[in-house]
Design a binder for this molecule. Structure first.
Ligand code: TXA
Ligand code: MG
Length: 345
């Protein structure tokens, strides 16, 4: 890909800033990441500080397509290599045994490491420029802990105005809107002998696709599965309460809330809603891939319209909807009971 001179220069400057221990926000095909040199413990600690994230939550290491992942992990079992061959570069994170010389700060003290090779051209250019492509950039999503992940550069600025102004975050690279729109699928491949492959976070790459490559079942997480903050019950949440509502309840719910003077925002599949009763509304796509692309930007927009509640039409329960259904369930987790309380009041 040919970049404009401006972004090419910004990438060079950002790579240098990373080498010097600074934080840099950058686009990936899933969501924007807040990156630091994965081998610089101080720099990684600054990610946690900026995000307000507990330090025992591991972050994902991002590597260039040419990178030698054996620098990072002690073992690449054949099934893990098969997933790499099938899905990298792309929105898939593998959990593998961490190489002994890699600081455990990146994996929150666990003996494993989350690693992925992103497909976004700006992310790849940054990774190739950083330490001549031999480094790794530790990067969680570029949002405060628990918030909705950013899918545009402007979302990152919205999350971190002070950190950008103070240059704690040295650069925010703009790569346009993230294509996928939800975070990478995470598969634990670190305990194959005892547990087989385990899905830690559903995403754009579906269980069905993983199973087609692996030829075995991908299991649900067990009690001993590695911790993942993206799997906390409450996560990915706007500040406005979110409630999931079945389609046959939606009109009645809107009418009741409206009658009680509540300001309601809605995300629904159907276009013909009583829009004058609504503060704002977004039409959802009935394709899960297109839905994921817009989900976080829509949630952020609706978070800004001063609504009392965001009602989201309930999703289909089929496997291809697993990724977005997971994010919406967590976004709504903290607001359980809010809708009932509003209707009862
Ligand atoms: O798409 C993505 O994965 C984005 C972009 C920026 O690459 N990153 C992202 O990072 O979503 P974050 O930190 O918001 O979520 C990473 C998830 C967390 O739930 C974390 O706990 C899990 O990956 N994770 C990372 N390393 C792990 C490890 N060693 N064991 C278990 N979970 C791990
Ligand atoms: Mg996150």
């Amino acid at each position: 890909m040919n970049f404009s001179l401006k972004i090419a220069e910004q990438i060079e400057v950002a790579a240098l800033a990373l080498e010097q221990g600074a934080l840099v926000a950058f686009p990936t095909e899933t969501v924007y990441g807040l990156g630091a040199d994965a081998e610089n413990v101080e720099a990684v600690a600054n990610i946690y500080r900026a995000k307000g994230r507990p330090s025992n939550h591991p972050v994902i290491v991002h590597v260039a397509p040419e990178a030698d992942i054996r620098h990072w992990v002690s073992e690449v079992p054949a099934p893990a290599q098969a997933l790499i061959d099938a899905f990298w570069p792309g929105p898939l994170t593998l959990i593998l045994k961490r190489a002994p010389h890699i600081p455990d700060a990146v994996s929150g003290g666990q003996d494993t490491l989350g690693i992925r090779c992103p497909s976004h051209p700006v992310a790849q250019a940054l990774l190739r420029a950083f330490k001549h492509g031999k480094g790794g950039v530790a990067a969680p999503s570029a949002n405060k802990f628990g918030h909705v992940s950013p899918t545009k550069a402007e979302h990152v600025l919205e999350e971190f105005p002070e950190e950008v102004a103070s240059r704690m975050i040295a650069a925010v690279l703009d790569g346009g809107q993230s294509d996928v729109g939800i975070e990478s699928t995470i598969v634990d491949m670190s305990r194959l002998a005892s547990h087989g492959p385990v899905l830690l976070r559903p995403g754009h790459i579906t269980v069905k696709q993983l199973e087609q490559v692996l030829g075995v079942t991908v299991n649900a997480p067990d009690q001993a599965a590695p911790r993942a903050s993206g799997t906390l019950e409450a996560h990915y949440a706007p500040s406005t309460p979110v409630a999931l509502v079945a389609v046959d309840q939606l009109d009645a719910t809107i009418a009741m809330l409206h009658a009680k003077g509540k300001r309601v925002a809605v995300m629904a599949y159907e276009a013909h809603r009583d829009t004058e009763k609504l503060q704002a509304w977004r039409q959802l796509n009935n394709d899960p891939i297109a839905y994921a692309h817009d989900l976080y930007a829509d949630l952020r927009d609706l978070d800004h319209v001063q609504a009392d509640i965001i009602l989201v039409e309930a999703l289909p329960t089929t496997r291809e909807w697993q990724g977005v259904a997971d994010r919406l369930r967590r976004a709504a987790f903290d607001s359980q009971g809010v809708l009932q309380a509003m209707l009862g009041a």
